[in-house]
Ligand binder design. Structure first.
Ligand code: NAP
Length: 432
């Protein structure tokens, strides 16, 4: 008896998923027991690159999630609605769910997992973070013995491609974004990627798994890469750093940590850091735990085949369980999400980190001394102060701090901006 899939969506990932299931030869034998029963799309007459019986294709997605013959609903339509409602209806009808939809899980994970646990069904989401990179299951299972102290990821291929190109050719953000759009590496509306929203969805999911608590999506501090300039990439390079958009979750006490830092922002990272060499559209997630130390997951963070690889691994996981038990009355705690409490998130003003700041100042004697005095007054100690050169007759000064409290740093900047010699502060970035 085959296990029947109701596939919602036959776009980039849906097509890749169907291609794997329809061509099981040479893959895990369980794939031969999986059948695509029905497929839901928006435009039934659109030409498709994958061969499916026309009668399997429908625009009635509600009928798929209610179909008594469907064992597993695979949601690959994306967006918030109707994806959320369809997932909840599938659960209510006793279907297991596989999804690649980080936006829905990051916002409605609480509602979805509460419903799934009550209904005794699995909701698996390996493809929602890192595309083809296996990172969700390792966090749920293989790393369970560790007290996780940090999860730091390059989890958005579009922004990593843009920053890599800006670094390679010295071009500014807007020019590289336009090229990325032409090449299909960035959407026509790039907001979710370049403003860090997609990375924020993903770190909310990873943090919840690594630190054992629910996470409110709105608690993730988020800055994108629009303000990163070619000039800053150049100065960072001279100081031994490379700029990446990092998604960071850090906790003091590991699993069930009660104080979590959760943030997405462009970051200067030392060139010798393991994440510094992750270029182009690739993704990587560096997890640190005790006693393991550091482990890094690296690979293609998007694309039809890689993402479908993760989707199908979730499907085979569920099929494996269904085959061995025949029923799932008690869910495997290593595969579900059972935490009830919410992680408490450290407000950004309390964050302790290093900063990079660039100042444009009138060429007045003693200006570096004035900057030092303002920083000193607010307990900001400086690692380096460099006068890089001149821009429009203004002296360009770059400062890198030691670890400081973000609130203190901001107060010092307010005071510095009031100095007559200081004209603007074109960039402020955090340093890893
Ligand atoms: N693309 C990637 O590399 C990637 C990587 C990781 C995760 N993901 C996630 O995977 C999911 C799918 O992404 P994708 O890139 O495959 O999207 P996509 O190419 O835009 O495909 C979406 C599919 O869903 C169908 N659809 C959308 N809204 C619908 C509606 N209201 N009713 C019926 N059908 C609807 C579309 O139908 P038509 O074909 O008829 O238009 C299409 O087949 C998203 O959650 C995304 O975030 C994607």
């Amino acid at each position: 008896m085959a296990f029947k899939i109701g596939l919602l969506g036959l776009g980039t990932v849906g097509t890749g998923t169907a291609e794997i299931i329809l061509n099981p030869s040479g893959r895990h034998p369980l794939l031969q027991e999986i059948e695509i029963h029905r497929v839901g799309v928006r435009s039934p007459d659109k030409p498709r690159s994958v061969q499916l019986p026309p009668e399997a294709i429908t625009t009635d997605l509600e009928a798929i999630v209610a179909d008594p013959e469907v064992d597993i609903v695979v949601e690959l339509i994306g967006g918030l609605e109707p994806a959320r409602s369809l997932i909840l209806k599938a659960i209510a009808n006793g279907k297991h769910v596989v999804t690649a939809n980080k936006a829905v899980i990051a916002r409605y994970g609480d509602e979805i997992y509460t419903a799934a646990n009550e209904a005794g069904v699995y909701v698996l989401l390996e493809a929602s973070v890192g595309g083809g990179i296996p990172v969700i299951k390792p966090l749920k299972q293989s790393l369970g013995a560790n007290r996780i102290s940090s999860i730091i990821g390059i989890v958005n291929g579009t922004t990593n491609y843009i920053l890599t190109q800006m670094t390679a050719v010295g071009a500014d953000f807007e020019a590289v974004l336009a090229d990325a759009q032409k090449l299909g590496y960035a959407e026509a509306d790039p907001t979710a990627d370049v403003d860090g929203l997609d990375a924020a969805d993903k770190i909310a999911i990873l943090a919840s798994l690594g630190f054992g608590g629910r996470v409110k999506r709105e608690d993730v501090y988020c800055e994108g890469i629009r303000q990163v300039s070619a000039a800053d990439i150049n100065y960072a390079d001279k100081l031994g750093f490379i700029i990446k958009l990092l998604a960071i979750a850090q906790g003091a006490k590991g699993y069930e940590s009660d104080r979590l830092q959760l943030r997405v922002h462009p970051t200067l990272i030392p060139k010798a850091h393991p994440l510094a060499s992750i270029n182009g559209v690739y993704n990587a997630i560096l997890v640190e735990g005790e006693p393991l130390g550091q482990v890094m997951f690296f690979g293609p963070g998007a694309g039809s085949g890689p993402t479908a690889s993760a989707v199908v691994s979730d499907i085979t996981n569920i099929v494996g369980i269904l085959k061995s038990n025949g029923k799932t009355e008690s869910l495997d705690p290593l595969l579900t999400c059972t935490h009830q409490h919410y992680c408490s998130i450290v407000p950004i003003e309390e964050l302790e980190t290093r900063f990079y700041a660039r100042f444009l100042c009138g060429d007045i004697p003693g200006v570096i001394g004035h900057l030092g005095t303002c920083f000193g007054k607010h307990q900001v100690s400086l690692e380096s102060v460099v006068q890089i050169g001149f821009q429009d007759q203004l002296a360009e000064i770059v400062v890198v701090t030691h670890d400081v409290c973000e609130g203190n740093f901001r107060q010092a900047l307010d005071e510095i901006l009031a100095l007559e010699a200081v004209k603007t502060i074109p960039s402020i970035l955090r340093v890893l």
